[in-house]
Structures are given as C-alpha cells and as structure tokens.
Design a protein around this ligand. Sequence first.
Ligand SMILES: O=C(O)c1ccccc1NCC(=O)[C@H](O)[C@H](O)COP(=O)(O)O
Length: 278
Amino acid sequence: MNSSEGEIAPAVRSILDAARERGGAEGRVSVDAQSLPGAFEAAEADGRVPVVAEVKPTSPTTDGERTDDPVELAEQMVAGGAAALSVLTEPDHFGGSPETLERVRAAVDVPVLRKDFVLHEEQLDVVESDVVLLIVRFLHEENTDDLADLLEAARERGFQVLVETHTAAEVEEAIDAGAEIIGVNNRDLGELEVDLGTFEDVAPSVPENVTLIAESGIATPDDVARMRAAGADALLVGSAIMGVSGSKVTGGSSDERSESDGGDVTENTRELTTTETT
Ligand SMILES: O=C(O)c1ccccc1NCC(=O)[C@H](O)[C@H](O)COP(=O)(O)O
C-alpha cells in the first residue's frame, strides 16, 4: 500500500514518535536566508547540474555510519560543485544535530537546508537555516500543525520552505498551501523502497513556476539525466555522495554502488554535478 493512503514503515513511525518527543525551542529565530532558487540558477549559469548534497551520517536504509567531521564533508561537497547543502539535524535515526548544521552553515557560502521532521511551529526555532523541510505526509498525522500554517510561520521567520511530496494529490495540497519549492521524494515512506519512476509520474502535476526538486535514490549520472529529463530543476542526493550503500532500492541504478567503500566525497559530488543533461 502506498504510504500516502495508509500505513507507514515502523522505522518511519519511530522517526515520527521521536520528532514528537523532541519539542521545540523558546524564543523565535529570525533568518537572513540565501536564495535556494538563486543558487540553482547560479549553478546552471556555471554549467553545473544543481545538486543539493546531503550530510547524512546514517539513516534507517543505509548500512553503517560515516563518522567524518560533517564540516569537512560539507566543504568537500561544495568543492565538488554542490549548489546547496542539506544537513540532517535529526539525532536518533540519522546521526544529525542542530549544532552540526550551525557549524556547516558558518563554514560554507551556499544555502543550507535543515533536514528534519518538523511537526509543530516551535520546532522551527531550534536552529537557523536558509531552508526548512515540511513533509506533507507527516503533517497528515494527528496532533501536528497544519501545512499552510507551518509554511506561513516558517516564512515569517525568514526561512524558505521545501515542501516534500510523494504523490500528485500531495502536490495539489502543497500548491494549495502556497508552496513555491516542491520536492518529490522517490522514497516511499510506507515500504522505504526507492523508485525513480515516482518522480517521473508526479512531476507533470507540478506547475512550471514552482522550483522542483527530485529527492532520493539518485546515484549515477544516468539517474541525474533521467530526473532532469523528467523536469527536475535540482536533485537532492544523500547516500551516493556520502558513499554509503542504500538498501531496498528499485527502479534506479543504485544497486551498482552497493559495494561502495565511501569514496571521495568531492569526486562523488563532481560525478553528479558535471553530468551532461541536455
Ligand atoms: O534516508 C532514509 O533512509 C530515510 C528513511 C526514512 C525516512 C526518510 C529517509 N530519508 C530522508 C530523505 O529524504 C533522504 O535523506 C534524501 O532524499 C536523500 O536520499 P538518498 O540520496 O537516497 O540518500
């Protein structure tokens, strides 16, 4: 069953439960954000594929953990041509932290997305970033804030917002709520399987004036070309750049890298940002 219609994976339920426990922060952040669409345009003008490279030390679908200094990893991603970065701040399942994001954002000159599972307005105030993530499916859960309210609350603080979807119906919800940057996640939160066909199916429902990001399961230049041909303005890539192997991947070429030993993060990034896409 598709996660947008029913059950979500036990690992995802655990992520949600932990997100509820974490609560928020006192006080209210005020962010001076760098433009994410502007960074994508700058990358294009420079001949690079716009890639948001993700500092993701571990996850429920990856084997092992990268324990390198996240700031060094982030700098290597920028050196490899990343237009922007995504930094996990979720501690319990992804090995992230707000402090990591603060350190990375202070060290690089590209926009930084806070990758976490924000359910309530006060959770926006935990740490400053250029972009925050709101996941439509998670905000269907009981005792979570409304998507449109959270979007407005985030913008009032100066954040840009990446609204993550998995189906055309979720895209419609995101548009109705006022989203200007939409991600289509190839990872199904029900089975945690990745299928690049998801982006191809959902992308046509996203209006032209929206900045559209293909998320998850992108591992090779062929995958990049496939997502760009399907309309992606940019790509969000974690595991392949971190050099950790993902499991349960279908419909893409990720199986080809299952033996990866981590590799050089700069080279991993460059391989995807220098792909010819026209
Ligand atoms: O990455 C996971 O294992 C995961 C599990 C459960 C919920 C969310 C998960 N990932 C969040 C993401 O959106 C990805 O980290 C991101 O799109 C990058 O994906 P990938 O390139 O496949 O690492």
